[in-house]
Unconditional design. Sequence first.
Length: 112
Amino acid sequence: MKKKAAVRKPRRVVDPRFADTRIIPGSGNIFVDLGFDKAEARVMALRVELLVRLQLLLKEKGYKQVQAARLLGVTQPRISALVKGKWEHFSLDMLLTLAARAGLKAELRLAA
């Protein structure tokens, strides 16, 4: 009786990009770090900040998605997208409108 030859698993190829362990400080805005224009990156960061604040408020109040939709005057699928963090589905204007409907008071402050 012949012995079967051991079957070796192929060696895992490691992507050389993952071998780079340098730590590069961030700018404080992930979108700038990803290469977006600074103005566009700031608007994107504002959108995410508003979305997170709305998520926290809805969670804090214990609203179900249907209740939140009625309160904010949108459909339940829009609330679902909000809860899932799909910020790219919401304009800054829409998020400000939703925040106002939720009772949040947004302020615009411009700094040089």
